[in-house]
Design a binder for this molecule. Sequence first.
Ligand code: V47
Ligand code: SF4
Length: 364
Amino acid sequence: MQKQIEEKVRAGARITEPEAEFLFRQKDLLRLGKLANAVKEKKNGRGIFFNLNRHINPTNYCKNRCRFCAFSASFGDPHGFELSLPEMEEIAQKAGDIYEFHLVGGLHPEWDFEFYLEILRRLKKLRPEVLIQAYTAVEIDHFSKISGLSLEQVIAQLKIAGLDAVPGGGAEIFNPKVRKKICPEKISGKRWLQIHQALHRAGIPSNATMLYGHLETYQDRVDHLKRLRLLQDRTQGFQAFIPLAFHPLNTRLNHPYYTTGIDDLKTIAVSRIYLDNFPHIKAFWIMLGEKLAQVSLWFGADDLDGTVEEEKITHMAGAQTPEALAGEELIRLIREAGREPVLRDTLYRVKKIRRRRGTSRNDE
Ligand code: V47
Ligand code: SF4
């Protein structure tokens, strides 16, 4: 079957779900990586994208309290927080020379939709040159519920307030049986897909994620990828797919294991091969670790996300990575992997890298 799949992929044909499952089970990691890399290079050559961005979490108070989430809090919890509008403005002002604000947080039990809109307006007013990638499908569904507005009305208002793109969070794993165990209060996979369809229809690009390495099976992962590929065939609105490795610390999921390096690389590679209609596969270095993220650039990944500057979701669940990497450090990781760094904004528009001497020992 391996040879058959390879021939198919190299000819530019699609693989089926049983074939994707076969790839997850096969042991020859380097052979799998080579195939994924061929797909990656056909799509975007030697280039590896990265962004200069700033993550902002407005609050971690959340009605849902998903079992895998160490970030969220209830009122009275010592680690609970909510930022005021001036605090968010201060972060935005100090954020330096960046291209993106990445905003994601909890479903605050008391904030109204107007407040979430005001965050966008204030950031846009302060930094009109910075694109805003904000609010997952889970938050957008929440806005519709608390405002009484339709999904389409909510999206239209977010757009007017300054929303440029939507991140891929909240997808987790679509299989309802697993979903019920890991995040019983969260919107269904069906609703997540419906929201992204509505976003694409409104001209707002988005990303898609998959949380893996917990209770799901390979079959569940392939089912997840299948639903994403099907929607992308219809809308073409997804920009990147990001596999997210489960981090167990401080979570309420009875699964104490971190993912292995082999599984991380495999998941990136199979995603690259199966999701033939997704322009980009992102290796989120925060979750993978810088070293494995660098290796993944030969296993199908073509994007490292960005500088991030501050990350809470994974660090509260045990991530050992730094919370920020300088642009120069990302460039060094990419160059030393033998790849070409391509600075981009949220919409994958290429930006000029301001070269500073000495970014890489082997560079100049
Ligand atoms: O939806 C929560 C995940 C997501 C844990 O679109 C966890 O560019 C691992 O979606 N272990 C939010 N993962 C982050 C996210 C994201 C990140 C970077 C880039 C983009 C993008 C999107 O984080 C949540 C959930 O799937 N998450 N807890 C945990 N313990
Ligand atoms: Fe809330 Fe998101 Fe954490 Fe779930 S993953 S508890 S929705 S912040």
